[in-house]
Each structure stands twice: as structure tokens, then as C-alpha cells.
Design a binder for this molecule. Structure first.
Ligand code: ZN
Length: 105
């Protein structure tokens, strides 16, 4: 899996400690990105968001990606952009998650 683009789906109610994935807005944003970028292999591979502090993916983050992964036949990624430029990358498949890697952006 190669992540070359990330689509921003703004949650107007997001705070420094929480956000809600808006399914309809996310699908619309993904559809626009695919139409614009136009590669046949492009598609949804997971979610991303940023943390305003240098903390890793939260228990709620991991619960959410594990839950979402049950609806997809392929693994899903969760990318958390931590303060300080670190990307915390997790994968989940069929309800189980694991750390993939941490990289400094
Ligand atoms: Zn988070």
C-alpha cells in the first residue's frame, strides 16, 4: 500500500481532543480526489488526523480503525500526524490492529 495523497475532511465540531468522521462528506471528498487525480488504483485506504500534542494514536483512534476494518476486505491504515512532525502509522484488518511504523516527516 502506498499513500501518496491525503484528503482533508473538515469536521467543524472538532476540538483539540476529538473529531467525528463524517461519512457522507468523506465519500464526497474521496470521489472528488479520485476524479481529479484519476489513477485507477486510487481509493480509500484509511483515515488520518493530526494531534496537537506529541501523543500517539489514542485508544479511541485504535478502536475506531479496528471497528472500521471489519467492513473492508483489505487492511485499513490510520495515520496520526503528531506534533513535532512524527507520523504514527497503524494498520487494522478484520478488527485487529498493529503498529506499522513511526516516521519523522
Ligand atoms: Zn487521534
Amino acid at each position: 500500500m502506498i499513500v501518496r495523497s491525503a484528503v482533508e475532511v473538515v469536521d467543524p465540531a472538532a476540538s483539540g481532543t476529538s473529531w467525528i468522521r463524517r461519512e457522507n462528506l468523506a465519500q464526497q471528498a474521496l470521489d472528488r480526489a479520485i476524479a481529479t487525480l484519476g489513477h485507477p488504483w486510487m481509493g480509500y485506504v484509511g483515515d488520518w488526523h493530526s494531534h496537537p500534542a506529541p501523543c500517539e494514536a489514542s485508544a479511541q483512534d485504535l478502536k475506531s480503525i479496528r471497528s472500521a476494518s471489519r467492513a473492508y476486505p483489505r487492511p485499513l491504515l490510520l495515520i496520526v500526524h503528531r506534533s513535532g512532525g512524527v507520523l504514527d502509522i497503524r494498520a487494522a484488518r478484520r478488527g485487529r490492529s498493529q503498529t506499522v511504523l513511526e516516521v519523522t516527516a
